[in-house]
Ligand binder design. Sequence first.
Ligand code: BMA
Length: 368
Amino acid sequence: MILFFLFLPLSCKNDKKEDLKKDISVEKDDIKTKRSIDTEDLISKLYTISKKGFAIGHQDATSYGLNWKHEDSPEVIKSDVKEVSGKLPAVYGFDIGHIELNNTHNLDSVSFTTMRQLMIDAYKKGGIITVSWHADNPTSNGDSWDKTSTVSDIIKGGKHHDKYQLWVKRVADFLKSVEINNQPIPVVFRPFHEMNGSWFWWGEGNCSVEDYKTLWIETVNLLRDTHQLNNLLYAYSPNKLNPTDDYMKYYPGDEYVDIFGIDIYDFKDSEGFINSLQHDLAIVKEIAEQKQKPYAFTETGLETLSTPNWFTEVLYPNLENTGISWVLFWRNARPDHHYMPYKGHPIVDDFKAFEALPKTLFLEDLTN
Ligand code: BMA
């Protein structure tokens, strides 16, 4: 066999290469035509941002904060980040968990009607929208953290495939409804995240790697082809890599992923956190550059922000040269579960100093 290839005429080899190139570019163009112009623009925007710094994001930034809820005064757009820094975040994270059940509110009690309005408001102001999906377990009807085996039940041939298809339709209907002049706004969709951890039903040990990839591919095919959504960029985001983890283990393929990401939290261990940041973000960067796709730090935070100067001394020095497009801090839910400062928080001055550093980009920095 080896000999046969060695003696192949050069022109024939080159023809084959050309054919392969053609196939790849046809494939890429085909996916591009399935995306709206605004969605293509979002990709360019992510590259532009990464050349200047990194955009600051907050999960549920405008939905609620410590001691307030958007629904209590819907005429104003409030945000803990703005309250302490004077600037709105550039990236807005939302979670559509329970849209699959046709509920009126998500798993954290945010109404989907409010969520839609806040997404549109943030997008109109120049913000970037990213959506995660803490879906319930389709087999047991438990929550995302219910590890009852289900992935093999919901992919093609599985006993809950029809039910899952309906769930994806509800996701599609919602994401399509977030529109301006009948054009759905661009959204970075980040389903089935942290799959290398074992806490979600789609996670390590709770389904096979092959079934995970199949689920991802079938979900994208449903959204992109069956439901014709042209406004989504799909983000792949494993959790912090353990020493034996392979970042690409669950990667479903280039046609099904547009953005690379990773979630790394600081569990009150700055040194371990910094080591992970340096190690994991370098891997994400290398792969993303090789695949020519943007990349981001899709979730992070230090719960309750108890480490002094965490933003300027722990985080910033380890992000400033990574080339990420954005960093998303998790939600401000309660005094014991928040990841951004709020008025009166001891870390406010450090956060203000972080805001003033050259690479941190807030909403107004993007639009300027
Ligand atoms: C988790 C926690 C949960 C929440 C979920 C989805 O990390 O914040 O309380 O329900 O995210 O937002």
